[in-house]
Design a protein around this ligand. Structure first.
Ligand SMILES: O=C(O)CCC(=O)C(=O)O
Length: 301
């Protein structure tokens, strides 16, 4: 990471980043732009996976007040979620600031600068069949913009049938859909969203799977499914009886993203934290809560 320079506006991608371009080849940046998702293979090394596993254990032992039980089946198998704990979990914090993830997001987004938005974990006990309803992320967020990159990283091997699924290219659809109210699953009043009857009913992806171009992958720890927050995604779960799933997810914001407070409700709702940090609707994201972690290197000379 380098500090911002006065001539950042005129920079081009420098020739001295060959190894970085090898990590994220040009074809993957094109795929990310056109499909809205790309599976990057083995871009996060073992050391980070070990750290994040320790972090998830710590997180599960000390859940935040944003942790939620999404589902518990009749046999006690659970699917749960927590988020925005990077300031409490040292392994997450180190990953945010020191891992290659911010630079990977910057490369995929073709960004001048990348800010960290928030972390999330998705933890399913062995054999959990619960699948996350299909949805788009951006309509729930306290920001808006096209230049977003979420990084879904399994910390254990996951079969394709249990991995997150994406409707290829749907990040460019312009319809405003009525999104799932995850608050109805958690029962927590802080999670409620209501997109109203003016919004289009959400497409029945699960019921008409053959009509949609759905992609997912067998994934290993170290692989990253990087996706635009506008893409329709869901699934995951559907686990074999002996397979659990632990996923660490980070969200990264690029150049066109601005703060927005939505009358439909937000999930997770950052509006109070943003307001306390001095951020207002229309602002570029920033402050210590949403730090700039990566800036495109300037070309020397
Ligand atoms: O892993 C899951 O079940 C859900 C993931 C998801 O919706 C997300 O990362 O935005």
């Amino acid at each position: 990471m380098r500090s911002p320079g006065p001539d950042d506006e005129d920079t081009v991608w420098p020739e001295d980043t060959v190894s970085f371009e090898d990590t994220v080849p040009f074809e993957d940046t094109v795929r990310f732009a056109t499909d809205g998702v790309v599976c990057l293979r083995q871009v996060i090394d073992r050391h980070w996976i070990e750290q994040l596993r320790i972090g998830v254990e710590r997180n599960l032992a000390q859940p935040s007040d944003r942790s939620r039980l999404w589902h518990r089946d009749g046999d006690g198998r659970t699917s749960s979620y927590d988020s925005q704990v990077w300031q409490q979990i040292p392994e997450y914090r180190r990953f945010v600031f020191e891992s290659p993830m911010a630079a990977i997001a910057g490369r995929l987004l073709g960004a001048t600068a990348v800010n960290f938005f928030f972390d999330a974990i998705f933890v399913r006990s062995a054999g959990s069949r619960f699948r996350t309803p299909f949805h788009q992320d951006e309509p729930y967020w306290s920001v808006e913009g096209f230049d977003t990159c979420s990084a879904w990283m399994p910390l254990v091997p996951v079969e394709r049938k249990s991995a997150l699924e994406f409707v290829r290219g749907s990040h460019r659809w312009t319809t405003r859909f009525r999104q799932t109210n995850f608050g109805a699953m958690t029962g927590d009043e802080r999670d409620q969203v209501d997109f109203g009857l003016d919004a289009e009913p959400f497409p029945d992806i699960e019921g008409q799977r053959r009509r949609y171009d759905i992609v997912s992958w067998d994934m290993e720890p170290g692989d990253v499914a990087a996706f635009n927050a506008r893409i329709i995604h869901g699934g995951s779960g559907n686990l074999a009886p002996d397979r659990e799933l632990r996923v660490f997810n980070t969200q990264w914001l690029g150049d066109d993203v601005r703060v927005v407070f939505r009358p439909e409700g937000m999930d997770p709702d950052h509006s109070a934290a943003m307001t306390a940090a001095g951020l207002r609707p229309g602002d570029r994201i920033g402050t210590d809560l949403y730090p700039e972690v990566w800036r495109r290197p300037t070309v020397a000379g």
